[in-house]
Write a protein that binds this ligand. Structure first.
Ligand code: SIN
Length: 283
């Protein structure tokens, strides 16, 4: 059944980043108008929070498919991680040493074409804690000095999936082919054209054509810049049935692992982007 034609409304989380979305029930068929409004809000706010969404796994995937083909996590393709290929379980309990996503990152930037966004649906939360922070990567770039921006626009970085797996204590055997890719350090958002900083500490191993000392020093500066400037951040406090849809180009996220030994469980659907991250370099 189609929902009525009333508009979705947005309550911003910060002046530049994130919004709570009201007036939409994801268990119902969405109208073209509603989908257009969600798409506009996604490009404008980068992080959309939908509360009280009691939806099935199929409804979750259908919502994702409105924005593109669904992405399959490389661990499902190459490491034999089971379950539905299009749903990635994000779960931590008393046995977890390092909770999924508990450091600044964008999802799977090791891939040639990383996901354009992810939709995480919360299933179980600790009594307190387990929030997720988001950092606006357009702003992260824009507040840098002009000479720094000029240098960064000319650089390419390597993003290595094995580096991320090591954070979780996973060391696949040498014959496993896990993604590793090169991307510009500054890319233009494929829909808005806006520049954004595209390096993150989970996946970015080094900057090409620099010495190790230069690359480590520059990446440390950029990672600290993203982590330490609260103007870039918004914070989502979850409840079961909250769904958050984030733009994986425009923002990074950090799932705060402060609730051990309690359980936190969620299901993630990610959406495949159409092209490699790229930069419109002026000559
Ligand atoms: C993720 O990194 O995709 C998970 C984020 C979260 O659990 O809040």
């Amino acid at each position: 059944m189609s929902q009525d034609k009333s508009s979705v409304s947005l309550r911003p989380l910060t002046p530049q980043t994130g919004a709570e979305v009201e007036g939409i029930d994801l268990s119902q068929n969405l109208t073209t108008k509603q989908l257009d409004e969600v798409q506009r809000a996604f490009l404008d706010r980068h992080v959309l929070v939908f509360r009280d969404q009691q939806i099935s796994r199929d409804q979750h995937k259908s919502f994702g498919r409105h924005f593109g083909a669904l992405h399959v996590h490389p661990a499902k393709k190459t490491l034999g991680l089971g379950g539905d290929p299009e749903i990635f379980d994000v779960k931590a309990n008393e046995k977890t040493k390092f909770a999924n996503g508990a450091m600044w990152h964008a999802d799977l930037t090791c891939e040639e074409i990383p996901p354009l966004g992810s939709m995480l649906l919360m299933k179980q939360m600790p009594d307190v804690g387990g929030d997720t922070l988001f950092a606006n990567m357009h702003l992260a770039f824009e507040v840098l000095s002009e000479p720094m921006k000029e240098m960064l626009r000319r650089l390419t970085a390597v993003h290595d999936g094995l580096q991320d797996l090591r954070n979780y204590g996973i060391r696949p055997s040498a014959d496993i082919d896990y993604p590793r890719s090169e991307h510009p350090v500054v890319v233009n958002h494929p829909q808005t054209g806006r520049e954004l900083l595209f390096v993150n500490p989970a996946f970015t191993s080094h900057i090409k054509d620099m010495s190790k000392r230069e690359s480590d020093g520059l990446l440390r500066l950029l990672f600290d810049h993203v982590a330490m400037d609260p103007r870039l951040h918004c914070r989502v406090r979850w409840a079961p049935d909250t769904l958050v849809f984030w733009d994986n180009r425009s923002c990074q996220h950090f799932a705060v692992g402060d609730y051990h030994p309690e359980v936190r469980a969620a299901e993630r659907v990610s959406i495949q982007d159409k092209a490699r991250p790229s930069a419109n370099l002026s000559p």
